[in-house]
Ligand binder design. Sequence first.
Ligand SMILES: CC(C)(COP(=O)(O)OP(=O)(O)OC[C@H]1O[C@@H](n2cnc3c(N)ncnc32)[C@H](O)[C@@H]1OP(=O)(O)O)[C@@H](O)C(=O)NCCC(=O)NCCS
Length: 187
Amino acid sequence: MKNTLVFLKGKKTTLRPILESDIPLLMKWINDPEVRRFVKRVFPAMESDERDWIKRLHDKSGSDIAIMIEVKGKPIGTMGIHGINWKDRTATTGALIGEKNYWGKGYGTDAKMVLLDYAFNVLNLRKIMSRVFAFNYRSLRYSLHCGYKIEGRLKRQRFSEGRYWDEIILGLFKSDWLPYWEKYQKK
Ligand SMILES: CC(C)(COP(=O)(O)OP(=O)(O)OC[C@H]1O[C@@H](n2cnc3c(N)ncnc32)[C@H](O)[C@@H]1OP(=O)(O)O)[C@@H](O)C(=O)NCCC(=O)NCCS
């Protein structure tokens, strides 16, 4: 049955809550070596891990938000706002498009802009962070597209594929994002 749940709507993507029935897809994506190499998970993801993750999202409602990205009814990946600090009004975003043939086609940028609108204009957050492995050019590029600025670089921070890589720290203030949002809305 085609899913009709809609939480947020972009120009190319729809964002909806993650369902228990998404677990097989989540496992497929995170276990895929070509996808996994870009994120911090290193152990085989089992069904119970994904189930616990969904449950934790539910339990931690208010500090961690994750959402499924759909393109014309097809789930292609997830995106989230994590570690929300309501005092400082900060959080960190993450994304994982697991359907590889959907990479580099603007879906990530579209979903991220809509999620940032939610973060800034609904949740009233002030600053959003993101962390990217230095070799993840696509992620860096799409983050810069959404207005994030490079704030720092942790030298040789992450071990992956036999060597240490720098980790790039990105930050985005609402005031710096607004011109990007205006441009996105006009496009
Ligand atoms: C990172 C990710 C969310 C980006 O979403 P996306 O839909 O692929 O990104 P977009 O198409 O919106 O934007 C990608 C940009 O990078 C460019 N790009 C695509 N492939 C690239 C590559 N190999 N190297 C450099 N730039 C690349 C695109 O051309 C586009 O820039 P442009 O609009 O100037 O042409 C998605 O690719 C993904 O989930 N990848 C795997 C997991 C991952 O890396 N997660 C993030 C961890 S920090």
